[in-house]
Design a protein around this ligand. Structure first.
Ligand code: ADP
Ligand code: GLC
Length: 480
């Protein structure tokens, strides 16, 4: 089976969050299931540098106001073929793939990801300039969600084409643009209606995909249910209920090679569930790296996150004084919302021996925090899947999570003595978070019980094997 995977980021080359991790690992897991997956990505500077010897293989024609481009073929060290969409006017920008240096969305994102989606759709048709013809086109999030609409309203009218799957990693990002973008995107006026690409007067890339993809998936069963409710559906719950029969929630896996405490290249010391006592050395090394006091009678808590409303990290500063008094230490790595960045930076200044706050994006430090801290915090307001709680479980770091989306599906509260792996709370309030941290500290002091919790998390299978099987089964269903 041939599958074209269209994405806007892919670890380790371009990553802003979990989508990058998924695009980096899932195609390889699908190949292990015998699926011939190839990945389409924009040729960003980081990819050009990584695959300097790749050459253009075919031309991609101009459409609407989107310029012509070309497709480079590259192969990763793992043997995965990548099609890199070259269009310097749109993709030759350093840094974050979506934001400018001022932290705002790039003004031409509609054309940038319109071009990516159009190229994905074109490669999925019988009229593709490539000789390799996918049977399934798998799109991810709003950045590629316009592809099924291009097939429906443009390319598919004159050519046979692949079946389509859209995976929603986060319903909060919808790719909303003005109606005036229709023509620049090369979309005909007759797609502007309730069952087309129109969404409350805007052009919505995500809605277009939810409407027109043959199959929909999202990244956990609980999130699949939540997004069909008015409370969590971000205005798209009606459409998602309408498409419920085509929507499947499948928990993400993790890259168990990159994220393995026994071999992780970012760690100064290695450990696994049989050599868990070495984790203490990772904790001490992290304290030294971050300038935290090397003695503390309480646990070291960790956060690695986008600092946004979604992640519920505004719940922590109001209880910081009480956390400091418990006492606990805290290692925070994150970036995002300016007010939150400032609030955390202030905590770091106030409690330099107890709270370390690093604003920025640092892959290596993210691994060392996962390995070194005793407990990991994810008080998310909503969380489609979440990968950090899975990394934490694998690194012997019981997570403290809010019961939402994929967090509810992957972490079992310690109150379940036979199955517990972490700590789960329900109310999105500072008090509920504090009470749960206190409860976790209690168990941390009782080290035999805490060990059981750590060991259980470390031994579970979070690999992509099962999720990839479930996704391959969806491809099969579409083809038969
Ligand atoms: P989301 O995609 O919503 O941000 P996930 O938990 O699915 O959340 O994935 C986030 C990924 O991004 C993880 O691999 C996490 O380690 C990484 N990450 C988030 N913030 C940072 C940061 N500041 N530095 C390094 N890695 C980060
Ligand atoms: C999104 C979600 C996150 C999920 C990731 C990968 O960024 O916010 O919960 O883990 O995508 O699917």
């Amino acid at each position: 089976m041939k599958v074209l995977f269209a994405a806007s980021e892919m670890a380790p080359w371009v990553k802003t969050g979990g989508l990058g991790d998924v695009a980096g690992a899932l195609p390889l897991a699908l190949r292990a299931q015998g699926v011939d997956v190839r990945v389409l990505l924009p040729l960003y500077p980081a990819l050009r540098a990584a695959f300097a010897s790749s050459e253009a293989v075919v031309r991609i024609p101009a459409v609407g106001h989107m310029p012509a481009g070309s497709l480079h073929l590259a192969t990763t060290a793992d043997g995965l073929p990548l099609y890199l969409l070259e269009c310097n006017a749109l993709f030759d920008r350093p840094g974050n793939p979506y934001l400018g240096p001022d932290g705002r969305d790039l003004p031409d994102n509609a054309l940038r990801f319109g071009m990516l989606a159009h190229a994905a759709a074109l490669l999925a048709t019988d009229a593709s300039p490539l000789s390799w013809h996918p049977e399934v086109l798998h799109c991810h999030d709003w950045q590629t969600a316009l592809a099924p609409a291009y097939l429906r309203y443009r390319l598919g009218l004159v050519s046979g084409h692949a079946r389509t799957v859209l995976t929603v990693h986060n319903l909060a990002f919808q790719g909303l643009f003005g109606r005036d973008m229709l023509e620049p995107l090369g979309l005909p006026a007759d797609c502007w209606h309730l069952h087309g690409v129109e969404y409350h007067g805007y052009l919505s890339f995500l809605k277009a995909g939810l409407q027109h993809a043959d199959a929909l998936t999202t990244v956990s069963p609980t999130y699949a249910r939540e997004i069909q409710t008015a409370a969590e559906g971000m205005g798209l719950d009606g459409l998602l209920r309408y498409r419920a029969a085509d929507l499947t929630g499948i928990i993400n896996g993790i890259d168990t090679v990159q994220w393995d405490p026994a071999t992780d290249v970012h760690l100064p010391v290695h450990f696994d569930h049989k050599r868990l006592k070495h984790k203490k050395a990772a904790t001490q090394a992290l304290r030294r790296e971050l300038g935290l006091a090397t003695e503390c009678s309480g646990p070291l808590l960790g956060v690695v996150s986008r600092l946004t409303q979604q992640k519920g990290l505004d719940l922590l500063p109001p209880i910081a004084d009480r956390l400091a008094a418990l006492p606990v230490q805290l290692a925070v790595l994150g970036s995002g919302d300016q007010a939150l960045e400032a609030a955390y930076a202030e905590l770091g200044r106030q409690y330099p021996a107890q709270f370390s706050v690093q604003i920025g994006f640092d892959e290596g430090l993210a691994h060392r925090i996962e390995a070194g801290v005793d407990l990991f915090l994810m008080p998310s307001r909503f969380e489609p899947c979440g990968l950090n709680q899975l990394y934490s479980l694998r690194y012997g770091t019981p997570p403290i999570v809010r019961a939402t989306g994929g967090l509810a599906d992957t972490v079992i509260d310690a109150a379940d003595a036979a199955r517990g792996t972490g700590f789960v709370f329900t109310n999105a309030s500072p008090e509920a978070l504090l009470a749960t941290i206190e409860r976790a500290c209690g168990l941390w002091r009782n080290s035999p019980q805490f060990h059981v919790l750590q060991q259980r998390g470390m031994r579970a299978d979070y690999s992509w094997r099962q999720p990839a099987q479930a996704i391959a089964a969806i491809y099969q269903r579409l083809l038969h």
